[in-house]
Ligand binder design. Structure first.
Ligand SMILES: NC(=O)C1=CN([C@@H]2O[C@H](COP(=O)(O)OP(=O)(O)OC[C@H]3O[C@@H](n4cnc5c(N)ncnc54)[C@H](OP(=O)(O)O)[C@@H]3O)[C@@H](O)[C@H]2O)C=CC1
Ligand SMILES: CC(C)CCC[C@@H](C)[C@H]1CC[C@H]2C3=CC=C4C[C@@H](O)CC[C@]4(C)[C@H]3CC[C@]12C
Length: 482
C-alpha cells in the first residue's frame, strides 16, 4: 500500500521538477513499473541511466527493426510455406542474413501501382466517410493538460457502409470474372508498401508534433528515437481529421475486417465451403462489429488518452493490425480444416459468449459513469468509489470506479474473454502449425503488460482511491490467481 503512495508522491515530485513532457512520459509509462520493480533493479546494480537506455532506446529500436520484418515473415510463412514456421526458418537459414532478407523482401514490389492504388484508394474512401457520414459529437475524457478532444461518432456507419460496399463490389466484379480476392494475391506488395508508407507517415507525425502541434498535449522527450517511436503529440489533427481515430479505427480495425472477408472469399474460390474459415471469420467479424458499436468507448482507453501518435500506435494500427490480427484467416486460405457441425457450433457458441462478456464488462464501466452510479449492475445497486484526481494545472476532478459486476472479480477481468475469444477464432485452424497461434500469444503478452501499465496509470491518477480499489479487488486479471 505504501509503495503505491510513494509512487504517486514521486510522480508528483517529478511533475514539479521536470518538464511536462517528461512527466507525461512517466504517466504514459509504456515501460515503467512499480517502485518495488525499480528497487529490485537498483539492488542488482541497474541504474536510472541503464533503465532509460533500455526503455527509451533498446526496446524501441528492437521493435522498430523486428516488427516490419515480422509482419513480412508472417505473410511469407502463410503464403509460401503453408503456414509452417519450421519450413520458413529452414528456408531462410539456408542463406546468409542478407540473402534471407532479400528472399523475404525480394519478391515484393513496394509501391507497385496496384498496391499504391489500393492503399491510397482506401484512405480516400475512409477519409470521405469520416467527413461526410453523420454522427453525434462526443467528448473524449479530459487529458492531463486539461484538453477535451471532441470526436464525431460515425464509426459504426463507416464500418457498415464499407462492408456493404465491399459485398456489392464482389457481386458486380463477379459479372466481369474479377474478384476482390486479387488483394490476397498481391498482399505481399500491399504489406510492403504499407510498411514503408506508414514509417514515412510516422516521420511526418514526429515533425508535426514538434513544429505544428494541434493541442498542448505535445512535446519532446529530448530523445529522437523515443520520440519517433512514442510520438510527439497525443491527438494530432490534420485538416480536421483526427489521426488516431483514422489509423486505429478507420484504417486498422476496418482493414482487419476487410481482409477477413477477402481471405474467406479466396478460400471459397479455392476450396468451396470450408467451415473452419467461416467459423473463424464470423467470430472475428462479430468482434470487429462490436468494436465499432462501442467505438466512442474506445476513445477513453489508454490508446487514445495516454499513447501518443507515433510508431507504436500508428504504425501498429496501419501495418501490424492488418497483418497479425487477420493472420488466422490468412493461414486458413492455404490450410483448410474441416471441423464438422459439432465443433463448429461449439466454437461459435463459446466465441460469441466471450464477446458478450467482454462487451458487457466495457459497458458496465461506461454505464455506471454515465448514470453517475445510479443504475443496476447484475441486478443490484453498484459498489463504487468516487475517486478524486488532479489535472496538471491543479484543477480537481472526480470519476467513478466500479468495484462490483465484472470489475469486482478482478481489475481487468475483461481481458480473459478477450484472450479466450482470440483462442476460439484460432482453434478452427487446428494444431498442425504454430503460426495461427501467433496472435493469441501476442495478445496475452500485450494484455498482461497493459494491465500493469493501466494500474500504474490509475495509481498515478487516483492515488489512494486506486489503492482502495486494489484492496477491494486485489487481483489484476485472473481472480484468486493473478
Ligand atoms: N485485441 C487487442 O489488441 C486489445 C483489446 N483490448 C480491448 O479493448 C477494450 C478496452 O481495454 P483497455 O483499453 O485495456 O481499457 P480498460 O477497459 O481496461 O479500461 C482502462 C481504463 O478504465 C478506467 N477504469 C479502470 N478500472 C475501472 C473501474 N473499476 N471502474 C471504472 N473505470 C475504470 C481507467 O480509466 P479512467 O482514467 O477513465 O479512470 C482505466 O485507465 C477491452 O475490451 C479490451 O479487452 C485492449 C487492448 C488490446
Ligand atoms: C510493437 C508495436 C508494433 C505494437 C503495436 C500494438 C498496437 C497495434 C496495439 C496496442 C493496443 C491494441 C489495441 C487496443 C485496444 C483495442 C480495442 C479492441 O476492442 C480492438 C482492438 C484494439 C483497437 C487494439 C488494436 C491494436 C493495438 C492498438
Amino acid at each position: 500500500m505504501h509503495s503505491l503512495l510513494d509512487m504517486s508522491k514521486r510522480k508528483e515530485k517529478a511533475s514539479k521538477q521536470q518538464d511536462p513532457v517528461t512527466r507525461s512520459d512517466m504517466l504514459s509509462n509504456g515501460f515503467h513499473g512499480y517502485k518495488e520493480g525499480y528497487e529490485k533493479l537498483e539492488k542488482i546494480g541497474v541504474t536510472q541511466h541503464n533503465r532509460d537506455f533500455f526503455n527509451k532506446i533498446f526496446v524501441p529500436v528492437f521493435l522498430m527493426v523486428s516488427t516490419p520484418n515480422f509482419v513480412m515473415l508472417l505473410w511469407y510463412t502463410a503464403t509460401k510455406h503453408k503456414g509452417s514456421y519450421g519450413n520458413m526458418v529452414h528456408s531462410i537459414t539456408q542463406a546468409s542474413t542478407l540473402d534471407s532478407l532479400r528472399e523475404l523482401w525480394g519478391d515484393v514490389h513496394i509501391c507497385s501501382n496496384f498496391a499504391l492504388s489500393v492503399v491510397f484508394g482506401y484512405c480516400i474512401w475512409a477519409l470521405l466517410l469520416m467527413k461526410c457520414l453523420p454522427g453525434k459529437l462526443v467528448k473524449g475524457p479530459i487529458t492531463p493538460k486539461g484538453n477535451t478532444p471532441v470526436y464525431k461518432d460515425n464509426g459504426f456507419s463507416h464500418y457498415v457502409v464499407t462492408m456493404t460496399t465491399l459485398f456489392i463490389l464482389t457481386v458486380i466484379l463477379k459479372k466481369y470474372n474479377l474478384s476482390p480476392s486479387v488483394v490476397y494475391d498481391n498482399f505481399g506488395d500491399i504489406l510492403g508498401t504499407l510498411n514503408v508508407l506508414s514509417a514515412i507517415f510516422c516521420i511526418f507525425l514526429y515533425i508535426k508534433g514538434l513544429y505544428s502541434p494541434s493541442s498542448t498535449d505535445c512535446g519532446s522527450s529530448g530523445n529522437i528515437i523515443f520520440d519517433y517511436y512514442w510520438g510527439t503529440e497525443l491527438y494530432p489533427r490534420v485538416l480536421g481529421f483526427d489521426i488516431k481515430v483514422f489509423t486505429n479505427c478507420r484504417f486498422g480495425m476496418t482493414i482487419w475486417a476487410v481482409l477477413v472477408y477477402i481471405y474467406a472469399l479466396k478460400s471459397f474460390e479455392l476450396h468451396g465451403f470450408v467451415d473452419s474459415m467461416i467459423v473463424s471469420a464470423i467470430l472475428q467479424l462479430a468482434y470487429i462489429t462490436k468494436f465499432f458499436w462501442w467505438e466512442a468507448g474506445y476513445l477513453s482507453t489508454i490508446d487514445i488518452m495516454v499513447d501518443r501518435a507515433g510508431y507504436y500506435i500508428c504504425w501498429g494500427c496501419l501495418v501490424y493490425v492488418p497483418s497479425l490480427y487477420a493472420s488466422v484467416s490468412l493461414y486458413l486460405v492455404n490450410n483448410p480444416v474441416y471441423l464438422g457441425r459439432f465443433w463448429s457450433t461449439f466454437i461459435l457458441t463459446c466465441g460469441l459468449l466471450s464477446i458478450s462478456v467482454n462487451y458487457f464488462a466495457d459497458w458496465q464501466k461506461q454505464r455506471v459513469r454515465s448514470a453517475d452510479g445510479d443504475c443496476l449492475i447484475w441486478g443490484k445497486k453498484p459498489n463504487i468509489i468516487r475517486a478524486k484526481y488532479t489535472l496538471e494545472d491543479g484543477q480537481e476532478k472526480e470519476s467513478i470506479l466500479l468495484t462490483s459486476g465484472w470489475w469486482g472479480l478482478s481489475r481487468h477481468f475483461h481481458y480473459i474473454p478477450e484472450i479466450l475469444l482470440a483462442l476460439f477464432w484460432t482453434l478452427p485452424a487446428g494444431f498442425e502449425n504454430f503460426m495461427p497461434f501467433s496472435y493469441v500469444i501476442f495478445l496475452t503478452i500485450l494484455l498482461t503488460h497493459r494491465s500493469f501499465r493501466d494500474d500504474d496509470k490509475c495509481s498515478s491518477k487516483y492515488g489512494p482511491f486506486w489503492m482502495d480499489y486494489c484492496e477491494r479487488v486485489p487481483h489484476r486479471i485472473v481472480p484468486y490467481l493473478f
